[in-house]
Design a binder for this molecule. Structure first.
Ligand SMILES: Cc1ncc(COP(=O)(O)O)c(C=O)c1O
Length: 388
């Protein structure tokens, strides 16, 4: 059996896979075993933030795996401590918890918010408001938090305690906040929901309500965080900081990690025995993640992400087929006039470019380190497909 046949025969068919077998990568280029190449405008859904084979990241990961691949969280180790210190210093948060994925980071945030409220106000104040069209993960609780009916199927019963507000609808927000609410959770740019940025006035009102009623504001920055939008966190575009921010995807540069960051108000809510993760904060992953953060700290790096995003937006926005380009930095959604996003994805794949879709849009999440040549090559294929 070849790789596709082995996969289809033995792995549950939960993904709609594209019919290519990726064998290796360098920078923003993937290659199959026959030497066919693709420019990667997906970074593995926002994960390979430094592309493939980044020298500093590869060296750090390989050195650490030779030295020590894992300890439980019953002991201390330097890569975890160094990453935690760096993340707190760069973000301004006080303490964090490491897991292995975005969903786990959000589970942690949900538990933290409920315990914050329980500790201060006792039982019954446990509802979390999330937004219609949001996406927060695939565990039962993060599915329940996800404000899309399509995800609330099959797996009953779902955990209770979530209420959905229409994004940017301040009246709906006012209607849904009551004394049972302990937190409001949002994505500044709804990624899976179609690359839809929130409006400033809505974010401001969420912050104001959270401050007024002592609810925690939780920002799910699993997709928007770690430089993706041209800032360390997308909240900076809104000049706001949530009480709790989650991140994952790009932080590990290709290895699994999730993190839940908490400010002074709630940094000490999760106490000994209330939460845990066997693999969370693994030394190899943490050693790589430190290099991702160092890359983002390099002078001009965040500006270059914004600049590449602007360039993409300009080049694509001028095409007749493109009705609009949404998003921030290098997290972009292209709405189309006549073609379907799925057809564009397939045509790009044929011509040597990998893109994503979100709802009816073509979605781009290129590696943050993409070179100008890779960018131009990818854009030329996309233009060719969109104008063809
Ligand atoms: C905003 C957001 N939150 C959570 C998740 C879930 O992350 P993971 O698949 O790592 O569990 C995703 C994944 O796409 C996401 O985009």
């Amino acid at each position: 059996m070849n790789t596709m046949e082995q996969t289809d025969a033995h792995i549950m068919s939960t993904y709609g896979r594209n019919p290519i077998v990726i064998d290796e990568g360098s920078g923003a280029v993937f290659r199959d075993a026959d030497g066919r190449t693709w420019i990667d405008f997906t970074s593995g859904i926002g994960v390979n933030s430094l592309g493939c084979g980044n020298a500093a990241w590869t060296e750090a990961v390989c050195t650490q795996v030779r030295k020590l691949q894992h300890t439980s969280n019953l002991y201390y180790h330097a890569p975890q401590a160094e990453l935690a210190e760096k993340l707190c210093a760069m973000s301004g948060y006080k303490k964090l918890f490491f897991g292995n994925s975005g969903a786990e980071a959000n589970e942690c945030a949900i538990k933290l918010a409920r315990k914050y409220s329980f500790d201060k106000y006792g039982q019954g104040r446990n509802t979390i408001i999330t937004l219609v069209n949001s996406f927060h993960g695939r565990t039962l609780t993060t599915l329940a938090a996800t404000g899309q009916e399509v995800f609330h199927n099959y797996f009953f019963p779902f955990p209770e305690g979530f209420r959905y507000v229409k994004a940017n609808d301040i009246d709906d927000l006012h209607d849904k906040v009551d004394s049972s609410v302990c937190a409001i959770m949002l994505e500044y740019v709804q990624g899976e929901g179609g690359v839809m940025p929130l409006e400033q006035a809505f974010v401001d009102e969420v912050r104001r309500l959270c401050d007024t009623y002592d609810m925690l504001m939780i920002a799910d920055e699993v997709q928007t965080g770690i430089g993706r939008t041209g800032k360390l966190f997308a909240g900076e575009h809104y000049h706001t900081r949530a009480d709790v921010t989650t991140a994952a995807k790009g932080l590990g540069g290709g290895l699994p990690i999730g993190v839940c960051l908490a400010n002074e108000k709630c940094a000490d809510v999760l106490t000994k025995g209330t939460h845990g993760s066997t693999f969370g904060g693994n030394p190899v992953v943490c050693a790589g993640a430190v290099k991702v953060l160092e890359a983002l700290e390099a002078p001009g790096m965040l500006e270059s992400i914004s600049e590449k995003g602007r360039y993409l937006r300009e080049r694509l926005g001028s095409l007749k087929e493109v009705a609009g380009v949404s998003g921030l930095g290098m997290m972009l959604g292209i709405s189309l006039r006549t073609k379907t996003a799925a057809d564009v994805l397939n045509a790009c794949l044929e011509k040597g470019l990998l893109v994503l879709t979100a709802k009816d849009r073509v979605r781009l999440l290129p590696p943050l380190t993409l070179t100008q040549a890779e960018l131009d090559f990818g854009i030329s294929i996309l233009c060719n497909v969109l104008e063809g």
